[in-house]
Design a protein around this ligand. Structure first.
Ligand SMILES: NC(=O)c1ccc[n+]([C@@H]2O[C@H](COP(=O)([O-])OP(=O)(O)OC[C@H]3O[C@@H](n4cnc5c(N)ncnc54)[C@H](O)[C@@H]3O)[C@@H](O)[C@H]2O)c1
Length: 320
């Protein structure tokens, strides 16, 4: 399969690296208007550097990853789909729900595979949690995704940049839509929200909570899931997953570490994309799922200026 990558910054250069190591994939070229960056990646991975998506399509590719800035996803995706090329688009699928739907409709009409890069689903720790809660009566989910400010700020805040990963996980773990949203947002340093505490209820009645910010000096990504019969805790960075089970009337219970794989999530994601193209089956993360998660993230931002403007009605530093 002849593959290309559009946008080879932080994320796209990883897509290119991983594609270059997959047997059955031939990395034909990378496109980026930043010539130095495109040439560096192309030289390292022995492929061709071009300036834009049209030149990349001109090299003859079967599928493309789009890892350019999010506001460009729609136009680049439509250009690829218009040439019958299968598309993996990085998360979030687009800047707006409408643009996301345009991509979905175009892909459907053209009969090409469209997958969205919610790579966390392929984290082996996340897969172990998903397995542990299969057939369980899920009650609540809490996810923490915090860290320092990214080195290069894009024009989105923590909700679109980070929480969208966890919105997707909540929908996937519960296999249910989010029907209620209660967001609390604050911008302590950045212009956009840099702290968000988000609460949700799914159609299936699960309560979920996301704690995310860019104000923590170290990265942390933790998931806990309470079910009627189990309490599952996962660290997505160390990939340690533990479950408590066998609750007894005297308060005792059993605990065990679950076995977690070692696969690189991005490699598993790209293999799943290639498999969907080959078999014609629905991809692991569909365009519709990408739009559904984006829609919830955008709902969390509705009324954002009012929420942020009214946040300081009393001193925050407690004296004495
Ligand atoms: N799945 C994840 O965990 C994850 C992580 C980071 C970023 N992302 C997503 O990946 C995308 C890129 O983010 P990033 O952090 O790699 O950004 P980045 O700024 O590091 O890279 C973007 C690259 O796109 C290039 N570019 C700009 N205009 C272009 C155009 N018209 N055609 C082709 N390339 C163009 C830029 O020169 C830059 O090299 C975003 O949509 C982001 O949300 C996903």
């Amino acid at each position: 399969m002849r593959v290309g990558v559009v946008g080879v910054g932080v994320m796209g250069s990883n897509h290119a690296r991983v594609f270059a190591g997959i047997s059955g994939a031939e990395l034909v070229g990378v496109a980026d208007p930043d010539r130095k960056q495109a040439e560096f990646v192309a030289r390292t991975l022995s492929c061709t550097a071009v300036a834009d998506v049209d030149a990349l399509l001109g090299l003859g590719v079967d599928c493309i990853t789009i890892a350019a800035p999010t506001h460009l996803h729609r136009d680049i995706a439509l250009a690829c789909i218009g040439r019958g090329v299968h598309v993996m688009v990085e998360k979030p699928i687009a800047s707006s729900v409408e643009e996301g739907r345009e991509i979905i409709n175009a892909a459907r009409r053209a009969g090409v595979t469209l997958m969205v890069g919610h790579v966390e689903r392929f984290n082996p720790a996340v897969e172990a949690i998903k397995d542990a809660i299969r057939n369980e009566d899920i009650l609540s989910i809490a996810i923490t995704r915090v860290g320092p400010f990214p080195p290069r700020m894009s024009n989105v805040g923590v909700v679109i940049d980070l929480a969208v990963h966890d919105i997707d996980l909540i929908r996937w773990f519960t296999d249910s839509d989010i029907v209620e949203v209660q967001p609390q947002l604050s911008s302590a340093v950045a212009e956009r929200e840099d702290i968000a505490l988000l609460q949700f209820r799914t159609a299936s009645g699960v309560l979920a909570h996301i704690n995310t910010n860019w104000l923590t000096p170290f990265k942390a990504r933790n998931v806990t899931v309470a079910t009627r019969g189990k309490y599952v805790m996962g660290d997505l960075l160390t990939r340690q997953v533990t479950e408590c089970f066998g609750f007894q009337p005297d308060g005792s219970y059993s605990m065990r570490h679950l076995s977690v794989g070692h696969a690189e999530p991005l490699r598993s994601e790209l293999l799943a994309f290639m498999r969907a193209i080959r078999t014609g089956s629905p991809p692991a993360v569909t365009g519709e799922e990408g739009v559904a998660s984006l829609e919830i993230a955008i709902r969390c931002l509705d009324g954002r200026p009012a929420i942020i403007a009214t946040q300081r009605q009393a001193p925050r530093v407690v004296a004495g």
